[in-house]
Write a protein that binds this ligand. Structure first.
Ligand code: PLP
Length: 282
């Protein structure tokens, strides 16, 4: 199995990270996960642009261009013979004697990427998933896809311990997003989701859904909504690179709608499937 390590593709066992790498010590870096279908990356450009933008937001200028990254990952996918799965990538501010302030100029960033086989979660697509509510205790720059995920991890663990798939986060009364997904409620035929600001990660799945809705005449409304709006929604869906569009059938043990995936969510799923097919083939 091969990995991308800095600018090269090498055997995973040959990749060595320094004990003072800033990603390891501080979570000082950014990452992305790109879906791969039929050996082809889905919405690759959007993900790589977000990687560049996340890096810029923490004062890092990426040492690789989008074109270089895309071709490195395409080669990695081919060398690893990946069909359906993901490419995970992260870039840290590099290895340097421990000090909170940025390292001196000239310290090289550390880039790592690997692939993983991952089937599409078709049972979840068909049956929906259970969720819990959890207070959003994260920082105020959730728009950055940073390696610091403790707030997300603690929420996801709470969900896992409750036998649930996802934790839906709220800051007081306002729903923000999932621990590793965006949240959509459907009310009277319209899709409603939190505005893309510093309180959420603007998901690529979210952006794809917005385009799909625009093309199909489904209202897509970006506005704040409350825990009460969530519990009173006709339908709820979570969206992410790995979850795609997954229906939510339960929140804190209470049924959503009639407790089965709703028809608007099913329509969104089928439109999303078509987009995958368009970009990556059948
Ligand atoms: N929000 C958070 C906190 C996430 O971690 C993720 C993805 O992992 C998302 C939203 C969805 O983003 P995307 O659709 O780009 O995968």
């Amino acid at each position: 199995e091969y990995v991308v390590f800095n600018g090269e593709i090498i055997e995973r066992s040959q990749a060595k990270i320094d004990v003072e790498d800033r990603g390891y010590q501080f979570g000082d870096g950014v990452y992305e996960v790109i879906r791969v279908y039929n050996g082809k990356m889905f919405t690759a450009n959007e993900h790589l642009e977000r990687l560049v933008s996340s890096a810029e937001k923490i004062g890092m200028k990426l040492g690789w261009s989008i074109g270089e990254l895309e071709s490195l990952f395409a080669t990695l996918i081919e060398k690893n013979g990946l069909g359906t799965g993901i490419v995970y990538m992260q870039v840290t501010r590099g290895a340097s004697p421990r000090n909170h302030a940025f390292p001196p100029a000239g310290v090289a960033q550390t880039l790592v990427a690997y692939t993983r086989d991952m089937k599409r979660p078709v049972n979840n697509f068909a049956n929906g998933v259970k969720t819990i509510l959890a207070e959003d205790i994260r920082w105020l720059r959730c728009d950055i896809k940073s390696l610091n995920l403790l707030g997300n991890i603690l929420a996801k663990q709470k969900a896992a311990e409750a036998g649930c798939y996802e934790a839906i986060l709220h800051r007081g009364e306002k729903i923000t997003e999932g621990s590793s997904s965006n949240i959509f409620i459907i009310k009277d035929g319209a899709v409603i989701t939190h505005p893309a600001n510093n309180y959420i990660l603007n998901g690529i799945t979210r952006q794809t859904l917005e385009k799909i809705c625009a093309a199909s005449g489904i209202p897509f409304i970006e506005k704040e909504f409350t825990v009460a709006d969530l519990l009173g929604a006709d339908e709820i869906a979570v969206g992410s690179t790995t979850s795609e569009i997954t229906p939510v059938v339960e929140v804190d043990g209470k049924h959503v709608g009639d407790g089965a995936p709703g028809h608007v969510t099913k329509k969104l799923q089928s439109l999303f499937d078509q987009e995958i097919e368009r970009q990556c083939g059948k």
